[in-house]
Structure formats: structure tokens, C-alpha cells
Design a binder for this molecule. Sequence first.
Ligand code: SAM
Length: 271
Amino acid sequence: MQNNSKFHFKHSLGQNFLSDDELLDNILLDAKVENDSNVLEIGAGAGALTAKLCQKLTNGHLLSVEIDKSLQPVLTKKLNNYDNVTLIFDDILKISPQQISNEFLGKPFKVVANLPYYITTPILEYLLNNDFAITDITVMVQLEVAKRLCADVGTKDYGAITPILQLYGHTYITRVVDRTMFRPQPKVDSAVVHMDILKNNLDKKTISDVIKKCFLMRRKTLQNNLMASFNLDKDTAQQKILQLGLSSSVRAEELSLSEFIKLGQLLKGEN
Ligand code: SAM
């Protein structure tokens, strides 16, 4: 952003902007953006990623949402030459899913964003729980969060969010990004995460609820969490775990998504 700009960065809105050309190109590669892709960007900022997307989408459409209206002059100037972008100045979480889908005429679209970190989880929930025709999501997030989203079962980073995300698709880190790449520089490093959305008929809400309850007291065993969250006596909780072929001392972070799904089936009618 120009030094003579009247714009002031708002830490409270997660405003850490990118400008490195190579990194921006690499994010588009990670997102597998094609000329005819339709893309939703969340948080246009000063428009560095937005302009890259506009250049690429010669036959596609970009919808970019930015909450901060004071960025309007900068963005309007930067995107003046492009007619393939719609800018909406609003809180992404307050925009009706119908409005977003209508912008893409009901066609499938990708999400590409350097996310405002303070609402990473609400944004992911908004994108995944609204039945959008999203094919894949490529987002810059805090490195620690990226590790949690993509963790292997049994590792310290594996939390409720890990198997819950696996209900929706396959997620992996494409690159780690040093804090020095942002302006102003944040206190943490970042990573780009790519998620391919996979359609399935799983009851995601019920299974997510089971997973969250199993992780309620992370330091306790699964058996203790089952007793507390599902109001089971010790023998019944232990029996469910043994039926899964697991030891009674197992903890939630040792269960794979398919084991949580089986557990959910065993618990049916008991919660
Ligand atoms: N895309 C730009 C870049 O990469 O340089 C800016 C990314 S910055 C990390 C996140 C942007 O999201 C900021 O411009 C911020 O104002 C915007 N933002 C924060 N909360 C938002 C919300 N609820 N809805 C839409 N945009 C939001």
C-alpha cells in the first residue's frame, strides 16, 4: 500500500497484507485456479491477491468480500481495469448464502483467501455448513491452526476440528509462510491450506457433535468423556470402546474419523 494513503491498518480486523508477487502466484497455483474458475475471496484488503485473481480469471468470475469500507478507494483504484470482479463491502458471516450462490449463478466455485485469523473457524463453518457448491478451499491461516486442521491421528495437533474437517474433504498444507511476508508483520507464522471438498451422505452435524463431546475434556480418557457427555455409566462407556476394538484407556485424539463414525452408531439411542 502507498505511504501517502490515508488508510490505517486495523489489527482488530486481522489486516496483515501480502504483496510478494511470487507468493501470490504460488497461492493461485496451490488453489489450482484456472482461467474459467469462479472464485470467492474473503478479505480483499488492499487487493494484492484480488488483482492477481482478476488477471488470471479471463473467463471466470471473482466475488470479493471485504468488511472494511475504508479500503474502498484503494480497491476501486487497483481493480479499475477489471470487469470480472464484484466487490461487496460487508461482513462475510452476515451475507446470506443465497446471495453468494446467486453471484455465481448457482455454478460451482472455489474459495481463495488470506483469511482474517480472528474468525478462521467461524468462516470455515460458514463455508462448510451452508450447502454451497464449493469445489475446494485454499486459505492462508495461522501456522498453528494449519497444523491442527491437517494433523495426523494420535499427534498433539490432532483435535476435534481435524476429524470434523475430514467429514467435508481432504485437507493439506501447501506451504509455510514466514511472518516477514506480511505488512504489518504479525507475531506468528502462517501456512496455506488446501481442502478438496468431497461430497458424501454422512450426517455431518450428528457426527461433529459426537466428536466435539469426545474432546470436551482433552486430558481425560474417552471413557470419562463418554460418561460425562452422554450420561453413560462406566461399564456401558467401557463396552462401547471395547466394541470399537480399542483399549479402555484410549483418548479422543487416538480415534480416526471412521472410528468416531462407528462410535456415533454405537451411541445412537443413548444420547
Ligand atoms: N487479501 C489481502 C491480502 O492478502 O493482502 C488482505 C488479507 S487480511 C489477512 C484479511 C482481510 O479480511 C482484511 O482486509 C480485513 O479487513 C478483512 N476482514 C476481516 N474481517 C472480515 C469479515 N468478517 N468479512 C470480510 N472481510 C473481513
